[in-house]
Write a protein that binds this ligand. Structure first.
Ligand SMILES: Nc1ncnc2c1ncn2[C@@H]1O[C@H](COP(=O)(O)OP(=O)(O)OP(=O)(O)O)[C@@H](O)[C@H]1O
Length: 231
């Protein structure tokens, strides 16, 4: 039952001089969840609470039955995170080594790691780059590598925080197409690209740290655009 449920009960996140999330309660079961809202509204903070990178100051969070504050190891296996800048999450010197990293950490047998890495690189069109130094990849290839390295760990949820922000139109389409159309995992997509948000099953809107609107993406986006047009 709790397999694909994300639940927030009266969650607040306070930093030293700022409250970034205020009394957020929501229950999410949809597969594609868009998160929109103005700069500084709390979107990234919300995203980071999902895998325990940020811990709630108040309230309860459950992600697929896991409490990220109390079970940080379990939640990091369950929740994969993609950032705007893939350079921040590529760890190893070559493409194949980077993809293998999470499996090595789990202590899987060498032969299984090799087979899974080969299959994943093929899937992402990175097979020819297997032994290339990662700094030789284009930004689009780096974002594909970051995704590949996350998905090989078989997370149940992928949180993507502005994953197309640094990409050109063709690579944005490629990454967005994968996340929105091909990827079987549940997705939380933080984005300022409202066309991507429109392709999700539900949109959440944050303003001033509050969950200010939610529902079908079309109407939520229309209300957001209307508010943004106000002087
Ligand atoms: N680690 C931190 N310490 C102090 N304040 C923080 C921290 N992280 C975020 N904030 C503050 O919390 C608020 C919400 O930030 P958050 O990054 O969640 O917004 P956002 O909606 O993702 O913004 P953007 O669209 O600009 O990326 C901001 O005012 C930000 O300055």
């Amino acid at each position: 039952m709790s397999d694909h449920v994300i639940g927030f009960e009266h969650v607040s996140v306070r930093f030293a001089r700022h409250t970034a999330l205020r009394d957020v309660s929501v229950r999410l079961e949809q597969r594609r969840i868009a998160v929109i809202g103005s700069n500084g509204s709390g979107k990234s903070t919300f995203a980071r609470t999902l895998n325990g990178l940020i811990v709630a100051s108040e309230g309860e969070i459950r992600v697929h039955g896991i409490d990220p504050a109390r079970e940080p190891k379990q939640v990091r296996q369950r929740v994969g995170f993609i950032f705007s800048n893939p350079d921040t999450q590529i760890i190893m010197p070559t493409v194949a080594e980077d993809v293998a990293f999470s499996l090595r950490r789990r202590g899987l047998p060498r032969a299984e790691i090799r087979d899974r890495v080969t299959a994943a690189l093929n899937d992402f069109g990175l097979a020819a780059e297997a032994d290339s130094p990662v700094h030789e990849l284009s930004s689009g290839q780096k974002q594909l590598l970051a995704l590949c390295a996350v998905l090989i760990g078989e997370p149940g949820l992928v949180v993507a925080d502005e994953p197309t922000a640094y990409l050109d139109a063709a690579n944005s389409r490629r990454i967005a197409g994968f996340l929105l159309d091909r990827m079987p995992q549940q997705l939380v997509l933080i984005t300022h690209d409202l066309r991507l948000a429109a392709r999700c099953d539900i949109a959440l809107r944050f303003e001033g740290g509050r969950l200010s609107d939610q529902g079908e993406p079309g109407p939520v986006i229309a209300r957001y655009e209307e508010d943004q047009e106000q002087p």
